[in-house]
Design a protein. Sequence first.
Length: 120
Amino acid sequence: MAIGSALVEDWPMSHLHYLGVLLFIGVCGIGVNIGFKTGLKKRLRIFLATDLGILIVYLAWDSWAIHKHNWFFDSKQIIGLHLFNGIPIEEILFFIVVPFTTVATFLALKKLTGWEADRK
């Protein structure tokens, strides 16, 4: 047994690893959005529409890779809820939370650097 595996098996809440990482990333994204007043709330509809396209493409790819056994998720580190042809809920949330945080960070950097003002 590998050392990493022993740590996962010994921790009684190991099934929350992936969700914990997503929670941290999401809290950071919300913090950036609020702290820097990025205005992402005004753009939420366009973000969700764009992210839906990302979800469709990447979830189809994930599903294919899982069924071909090219990709897998450690059952000890996920909660066990699977949707869309066997994809863990954590993976679905990943494709929402990470793009949200990325866009919030981009908008904050744009605001901090005055990048938009320089283009005029």
